[in-house]
Design a protein around this ligand. Sequence first.
Ligand SMILES: [Zn+2]
Length: 141
Amino acid sequence: MREVPIIPDIKGIARSTLEFIIEVSRSSAPNEFAGLMRAEEGVIKDVIFLPGTESSQVSAVLRLYMMPNLSIAGSVHSHPSSNNNPSRADLALFARIGDYHIIVGAPYNMRSWRCYNANGHSRVLDVLDIEFDDDEDFDLL
Ligand SMILES: [Zn+2]
């Protein structure tokens, strides 16, 4: 059985982090982009690219066994189609880690993403205008 880390209540995602996610999704197309999201003090600020992530047009596979021991709010990945509903594989992933899962679909803008909970149900994720230290925006592990 996996240990379930305690996820603090999430107030939302930093606007700059979301914009980064959308930009990476756009530039990865037609391939998928995938990563994990980390929250600090209840705000999602970090996107973690895992080593060994396989990017393909069919699916992007996160190698969860390589996941560092961090408090992970959930996952993020893109759908190069405009369909941002979770697939069967997505639902299996959502159930395994975190409770906030963003899917960004084409055309990759502030209206073409959705957030889901661990059960795959659409949920609200507020976009927060906050300032934070640029050096710590994004970890590349
Ligand atoms: Zn998907």
